[in-house]
Design a protein around this ligand. Structure first.
Ligand SMILES: C[S@@+](CC[C@H](N)C(=O)[O-])C[C@H]1O[C@@H](n2cnc3c(N)ncnc32)[C@H](O)[C@@H]1O
Length: 569
């Protein structure tokens, strides 16, 4: 990594970010290139996002006469790489966009850490069109660029070729990943998926979550292995698998037809938290989550009191609204909190021109037109460009990005919110009534609720967790209508005490009540997981089943010991 270190020292972070230049740690590059070298007939290799060629350097150490072709789009890094590889006549580097070039060539080995760009950070329309035409497969416009690199490389892999990719795990559990998973399953090329989830930062480069895909166009295509890597020592799993391919199995083994591309694949490699509880219903039975108001131009539409004064905008045309997550400090957002923000001259209003018009309002609208606000992506698509989205204030908000799990807020002030929060509206849960909002909110504050929701989260490469409104709508929750009146009242009075004193201990007590009412015996949880694995993938993995059985045996032993101890005392 000497080359990369030197490069990082002299090239600015903004330049590296612009080209998504995040370098693969040497240990990982070494393992990934071993996978390619395992193909005894390996002669031609493609490195589509070359950077400084960490993979090629490693491969050439192991097999010096390989023919390698590399692509990079950034002239700066290309020149560095070019001068390093100048002595290798069998390495040809191209300063070109990989997505639009080289479609007709095939390779025995392809190895890559592709650029991660969200769909709006690259020319997604023309790239998608190119790839859809070539692969004859329809993809989703919201796809991240790294998945398109992956698909193109599969297309370019020669018969008996091998391919190794390191990419964010996000596609496994996100909507845009569905079609990618479908393509992986359809082409029968995925041999082993390693899901990396390091608990601590073991590499300098802040690699905490990612996945390594080992693919091949060979005949060992009857099963797909999945393994998890939680520590540096778990990387041994990769090494062992590669060294004994195709004999050794992964932690989980599936037939391609057993993997459903339409669901989050987390289910195939993690015990689901919700399995621990019985009587679950979809969250959408009780509530509906919708994203907050998007203005399309926050600077223009948001108002502080001083700005309102400057432009003579009256309260009639100002919609009270929470615009930034940091303005909400407590679990309960009250009218007093709102007034305090207003007093501090924070931006807590939206320009609501439709309510009434006067000269000042007209003038501010004209100002918007002069600044081109009416031509922005969202404003342009509206009938009246300055009209606000129709979102009544929601009784509950939920924060969009979370490092420490979900955060629910009770909106006692009854004001609107921008997209930093999603709105939670209560639904008619049975024929006659909505759920008591206090009961629902008390539940949402508990650890159980967060644990169950976490089955449905999305994860980003940098460890950030995110819930889109539909992730929450489709998530599960305890069926609160099964609680009897006495328990309901107990929860409500603890909640009341919490509202008054804000002491966490009350929420912990509520959590205990739910644990008691809804937990399944632990042995059941593991049995359930084992059953899921056994039923869905049909090839039941001995390793998983025997683990689950051992855990069950352990639990029974612990329980018997506890009974014995009780009997003896
Ligand atoms: C994540 S880095 C990986 C670098 C190196 N292979 C490694 O693993 O350390 C991705 C590289 O792809 C390059 N890149 C970005 N967009 C590209 C494109 N459309 N075609 C080819 N290379 C591209 C970037 O300049 C960057 O060097």
């Amino acid at each position: 990594m000497v080359l990369e270190k030197k490069y990082i020292e002299k090239i600015s972070l903004s330049h590296r970010k612009k080209f998504a230049q995040f370098f693969t740690p040497e240990t990982i590059a070494d393992l990934m290139s071993d996978w390619l070298i395992g193909n005894k007939k390996l002669k031609t290799v493609l490195e589509p996002a070359f950077g400084l060629g960490v993979f090629s350097r490693n491969l050439l150490k192991k097999k010096p006469n390989l023919n390698i072709k590399g692509f990079d789009i950034d002239e700066t890094i290309f020149n560095e790489a070019q001068s390093f590889f100048a002595i290798n006549s069998n390495v040809s580097l191209n300063l070109e966009d990989y997505m639009f070039n080289d479609w007709s060539n095939e390779y025995d080995g392809i190895i890559c850490n592709p650029p991660y760009f969200k769909f709006h950070d690259y020319d997604n329309k023309s790239i998608l069109k190119e790839i859809e035409n070539r692969l004859n497969f329809k993809f989703n416009g919201f796809t991240n660029l790294y998945t398109l690199f992956l698909l193109k490389s599969i297309y370019q892999l020669a018969p008996n070729g091998r391919m190794a990719y390191i990419i964010p795990s996000e596609f496994l559990n996100s909507d845009y990943g569905k079609l990618v998973k479908e393509y992986l399953v359809k082409t029968n090329t995925l041999r082993h998926l390693f899901v990396i989830d390091f608990k601590e930062n073991v590499f300098d480069d802040a690699l905490t979550t990612a996945s390594i895909l080992l693919l091949a166009k060979d005949n060992n295509d009857r099963e797909i292995n999945i393994s998890t890597i939680k520590s540096k020592s778990d990387l041994k799993k990769l090494e062992n698998y590669i060294n004994s391919y195709p004999k050794l199995k992964g932690e989980f083994v599936y037939k391609p037809t057993d993997l459903d591309p339409n669901i989050k694949w987390r289910k195939y490699y993690q015990v689901q938290k919700s399995d621990k509880y019985k009587n679950l219903v979809p969250f959408s039975k009780y509530a509906k989550v919708v994203r907050g108001i998007a203005t399309g131009a926050n600077d223009y539409f948001t108002f502080r009191p001083s700005k309102a004064k400057k432009y003579s905008i009256q309260s009639d045309n100002l919609l009270p609204c929470i615009c930034r997550a940091k303005d909400v400090k407590s679990v309960f957002f009250t009218m007093d909190d709102f007034k305090q923000l207003e007093e501090n001259d924070e931006p807590v209003f939206l320009f609501d021109a439709l309510k009434s018009k006067n000269e000042a309002v007209e003038k501010y609208i004209r100002k918007g037109i002069e600044e081109g606000i009416n031509e922005k992506y969202l404003t342009k698509s509206r009938k009246i460009w300055y009209s606000l989205e129709n979102r009544p204030p929601a009784p509950i908000w939920v924060s969009v990005f979370n490092r420490n799990g979900l955060k629910f807020i009770r909106n006692e002030a009854g004001i609107s919110n921008l997209t930093t929060f999603h709105c939670v509206y209560l639904k008619q849960s049975d024929l006659f009534s909505k759920i008591n909002p206090d009961l629902l909110f008390a539940y949402l504050l508990t650890d159980i609720a967060k644990k169950i929701f976490s089955d449905n989260r999305r994860e980003y490469g940098n460890g950030l967790k995110k819930f889109e409104p539909n992730d929450l709508n489709k998530a599960q929750m305890l069926n609160l209508s099964l609680l009897n009146d006495e328990t309901t009242n107990q929860v409500l009075s603890l909640y009341k005490a919490y509202r008054k004193e804000l002491k966490q201990v009350y929420i912990e007590q509520i959590n205990e009540i739910f644990e008691k009412e809804y937990s399944q015996p632990e042995s059941h949880t593991h049995l359930q997981f084992a059953k899921t694995i056994a039923q869905q993938p049909k090839i039941a993995n001995d390793h998983v089943l025997s683990n689950a059985i051992n855990r069950m045996k352990n639990n029974v032993r612990k329980r018997n010991n506890a009974y014995k101890a009780l009997g003896e005392s």
